[in-house]
Ligand binder design. Sequence first.
Ligand code: HPA
Length: 257
Amino acid sequence: MIGIIGGSGVEEISELADSIEKKIVDTEYGSVEVSLLIIEDKTVAFLPRHSAGHTCPPHKINFKANIMALKEIGVSQIMATNAVGSLDIDVGPGSIVLPDDFLDFTVNRERTFYDDEVIHIDMSEPFCNRLRGAILANSDCIDGNVVDGGTIVCTEGPRFETPAEIKMFGILGGKIVGMTTLPEAVLAREKGMCYVSIAVVSNYSTSISKDKLGVEEVYEIMSAKKDELIDLLFNTIKELPIDYDCECHHSLDDARM
Ligand code: HPA
């Protein structure tokens, strides 16, 4: 099954689905509400990352419960949307970035399913290349820049970054910065699921633009991009195979001592 984790601005997509069933999935890490949608004759599980009505801040998201819930209902491939700030003057608000690497600057999150077992999963390709290619191939519906690849920096939040932090992230090779890609991407890999981030640039990051950063501008862009994003998701869903094999499904093959 295909899963969608909707970030800021993408809290609800069921209005365009052919049928909807809401389901509470009880996992050992907590209960999660998931909507099962029929889109293009395929069952798609939709999960709003910040919970219904956007009530959960980034540093309090129960990432383990979310990923476990999707795994338990049979999701094998996840497309996740993220609102991000851009460190690159050429990648402005309204651009879409499909990151191919990450820098993890989170400090206080449950980051693994393997606390009682020695597991080291490979992270040479942190996001699923197959899914990234499928999204790119369906991105004609996006009005603006679509950037294939780049490093996403994930911070703990909930505050925005300081100028010195953005300077450091730039020196380290970061292109965009957000608060929600991690540990989500890693937990999905630990469960052998394909995972891709569709990062929507809602603003230039602190000090890249001279203006102070406000939440209003973030939501303004996210709301303006929502219809395009839904088209992108739906067009990609149409093309995605359901029976397939991918390296991501074998993430544990060489990971055990
Ligand atoms: N920084 C961190 N997270 C964000 C930003 C940002 O500039 N914009 C949207 N989410």
